[in-house]
Design a protein around this ligand. Sequence first.
Ligand SMILES: NC(=O)c1ccc[n+]([C@@H]2O[C@H](COP(=O)([O-])OP(=O)(O)OC[C@H]3O[C@@H](n4cnc5c(N)ncnc54)[C@H](O)[C@@H]3O)[C@@H](O)[C@H]2O)c1
Length: 272
Amino acid sequence: MTDKPIGRLAGKTAVVTGAGGAPDLLGVGAAIAALYAREGANVALVDISAQRAAHTQAVIAAAGGVSEVFQADITSHKACVRALADCAARFGGVDILVNNAALYANPSMADDEAGVRRLMDVNLFGTMNMTEAARPHLAKAGGGAILNIGSIVGLRGVHGPAYSASKGATAAYTRATAHLFGREGIRVNYIAPGHIVAPQSATADAKTRNLLRNANLLGVEGDARDVAEAALFLASDAARFITAVVLPVDGGVTATTPSGMAYAILQSASKD
Ligand SMILES: NC(=O)c1ccc[n+]([C@@H]2O[C@H](COP(=O)([O-])OP(=O)(O)OC[C@H]3O[C@@H](n4cnc5c(N)ncnc54)[C@H](O)[C@@H]3O)[C@@H](O)[C@H]2O)c1
C-alpha cells in the first residue's frame, strides 16, 4: 500500500460513481475516491444516496482532501449529463471517470424480470450513461481516463448469470469505447476485482471467506484498497500507454484452473 501521497493526480478532477460509503465496511468507490483525493485530485462523489456520499466526503475532508457530493441516479442519462456539467463547473473540467456504482443480485427473467432489468439498468446502462456524459468533458481537457469496475464473474462463468452478463457486457463496452475514444486521448480500462472483502460480498460467512481466500494463488484476502491502488495507477499519467485492458485484481484466481484452485485449497487445509 502507498504510505505517502506523492500527488500522482495533482491538478486532476475525478468523477467516481457509487462513491458513497458507511462507517462499517469500506466500499470500492469510497476507497477509490479517498485515495484519489489523497493523491491530489478534486473528487466528485456521485451516488444515488446523498447520505452515503456525504459520509465519504467527511472522510476525505478529515484527511485534508477536496471533494463534492453530486447526488444522481446513473440510470438517468439526463441526471448524468447534469452531474458532469455541475462537476466541470465546480472544478473547471473533468479528467477521470470511474464507473463503479453497481447492484449485486441474482434475479432470473422467470421469477423477477424487473430485477434483471434493474440490474442491467444500473450496471451496464448506468456505465454507458456516465461514459457518454463524460466524453465531451474529457475530450475538452485534451484526453483523460475512464475506468470501469467490473468483476471476474464478467470474465468467467460463475453463479448469478444476470450479474455476470452485466459485468461481461461492460468488459465488451470497455474495449469498444477504448477503440472509439482513443484518438481523443481518452483511455478506457476495466478492473476485475475477485473475491474481496467489500459491502457487496459482506454476507459471506467465515467459512466461505476462508475458502475463497485459500482458492487464490496468494492465500491472502483482498479488499477495496487493493482495487483502489490499481485504479490509481490506471487513472494516472503513469498508465498513458495503457488502454482497453482488463486487469484482474484477484490474487491470481482467473489465471488458474479449477483443479489448480482445488489443489491450493487442499494445501491450505493441510496446514490448518
Ligand atoms: N464486493 C465485492 O466482492 C466485489 C467483487 C467484484 C466486483 N465488485 C464491484 O465493485 C464495485 C463496488 O462494490 P462494493 O461492494 O463496494 O459496492 P457498494 O454496494 O458498497 O457500493 C455501490 C454504491 O453504488 C451506489 N449506487 C447504487 N445504485 C446507484 C445508482 N443507480 N446511481 C448511483 N449510485 C448508485 C450505492 O448507493 C453504493 O454507494 C461494484 O461495481 C461491484 O460490482 C465488488
